[in-house]
Design a protein around this ligand. Structure first.
Ligand SMILES: Nc1ncnc2c1ncn2[C@@H]1O[C@H](COP(=O)(O)OP(=O)(O)OP(=O)(O)O)[C@@H](O)[C@H]1O
Ligand SMILES: [Mg+2]
Length: 242
């Protein structure tokens, strides 16, 4: 099992959008048994896949031992399951601050190993106790950024944070998202690196109307191809990383 987190210090950069589309790509094009673990109280990924936690169950219970029954749901797509988010995650930061919780996400991922080949984790924005636990657990961090010099700097700061506090692990895969190459700032930022690019796209915006991954309603469009290529690159990075 390999795990990939979608993370950024910044909000609104496309973490949940990428999480849903890349999980769909892993499950459908790669045929991998895939779990999307929504760890953001906002539940955007959960909502985009038209799921919600069943009454009486709470997303936060996934962190208690042996309480996974019923928490993981199937989706409309073969091989793709989701561990939905809900408001109970608001209290997670306090829980995680306890000393014995340093490896809690890592332990939980191990518990999922038998059922899944790939786990994608949609994180809330910002450095937090949860982000720290995710950095200790994930095999790869995908970091979407809107093209600008400031975004490039934020990614370098994240690299520094990982070097200082996490021995430079896990590896980062930054992605320029919402790139509009008609705009000079975007063109110039994109040209400064070899990071993959996901274009600004009306079809991607339409995901919240269809409540589905873009490949489900526009399978042969440029956005679906961009996500397929991005997932292939993520798989390559997973193979390369020890
Ligand atoms: N490539 C894109 N083209 C057009 N719109 C996009 C693209 N990527 C994301 N969006 C839109 O940008 C908005 C923010 O995306 P998303 O919710 O995925 O960001 P996020 O980083 O998860 O936000 P948050 O930090 O609040 O969790 C959404 O309305 C989404 O539809
Ligand atoms: Mg989000």
């Amino acid at each position: 099992m390999k795990s990939v987190a979608l993370f950024s210090v910044k909000g609104g950069v496309g973490k949940s959008t990428l999480a849903v589309n890349l999980a769909h790509a892993a499950a459908t094009q790669g045929g991998r048994r895939t779990l999307l673990w929504d760890l953001d109280t906002q539940g955007a990924a959960t909502w985009l896949l038209q799921r919600e936690q069943a009454t009486g169950l709470r997303a936060r219970d996934a962190f208690a031992d042996d309480r996974l029954d019923g928490l993981i749901l199937d989706t409309a797509f073969p091989n793709l399951h989701i561990l939905p988010a809900d408001r109970s995650l608001r209290r997670l930061e306090g829980d995680l601050a306890q000393d014995d919780k340093a490896k809690v996400v890592r332990r939980k991922l191990k518990a999922f190993t038998e059922g899944y080949d790939r786990i994608l984790i949609d994180c809330p924005p910002g450095l937090s106790e949860l982000a720290d636990r995710v950095f200790r657990a994930a095999d790869l961090i995908i970091v979407p950024a809107i093209p600008s010099p400031l975004s490039g700097r934020a990614i370098e700061q994240l690299r520094d944070e990982l070097l200082r506090n996490h021995k430079g692990r896990p590896p980062l895969l930054p992605v320029w998202n919402m790139a509009d190459l008609r705009r000079r700032v975007h063109r110039e930022a994109v040209a400064t690196s070899d990071w993959p690019v996901v274009p600004y796209s009306a079809a991607i915006e339409q995901m919240s109307v269809h409540r589905a991954p873009v490949a489900a309603f526009q399978p042969s469009g440029a956005p679906a191809r961009a996500f397929a290529a991005l997932w292939a690159l993520a798989e390559q990075r997973l193979r390369e990383s020890p």
